[in-house]
Design a protein around this ligand. Structure first.
Ligand code: C2G
Length: 130
């Protein structure tokens, strides 16, 4: 039984998010997703997500390939989250390539290619233009 963990904000859910979750799930048997809190996003990106933490958690919980969801409150706790989840593999998009290699001693770290040409930032801009 292989346990997979991945992290993200998943604001304004789009197919890039769905595809990486589905590809992550295929690497094992049980997919755990850390959804980053509004506070963490404000501190790392300088703005709050459009959807609240609670709404983003509810949305990610409803996705078929996702087995378990928790709120990621701090980037510094990542090692602890991985241990608590008893994860065998950490999956991240390749925009994070190399950034989580320090966790190779507690699990396998895999970076999957992002879906080209799609981002929450792009959709926010598109919606405001319209
Ligand atoms: N993603 C993707 N293709 C896109 C956009 C996003 O594959 N076109 C992936 C990202 O690589 C990430 C996941 O979808 O693995 C979630 O993306 P974001 O919501 O942008 O989350 P991020 O800011 O990367 O948060 O602890 C780290 C953070 O919580 C990760």
């Amino acid at each position: 039984m292989k346990r997979i963990i991945t992290f993200g904000t998943y604001d304004l859910l789009h197919v890039g998010h769905i595809r990486i979750l589905e590809r992550a799930a295929k690497l094992g048997d049980y997919l755990i997703v850390g959804v980053s809190s509004d506070e963490l996003n404000i501190s790392k990106k300088g703005r709050a997500p459009v959807y609240s933490t609670a709404d983003r958690v509810e949305i990610i919980e409803s996705i078929r390939c996702v087995d378990e969801v928790f709120v990621e409150h701090s980037l510094e706790e990542k090692g602890q989250y991985i241990k608590d989840a008893k994860a065998d593999i950490l999956v991240m998009g390749d925009d994070w390539a190399g950034k989580f290699d320090e966790f190779n001693d507690i699990c396998e770290v895999v970076y999957l290619p992002r879906t080209e040409g799609i981002s929450t930032t792009h959709y926010i801009a598109e919606i405001s233009e319209r």
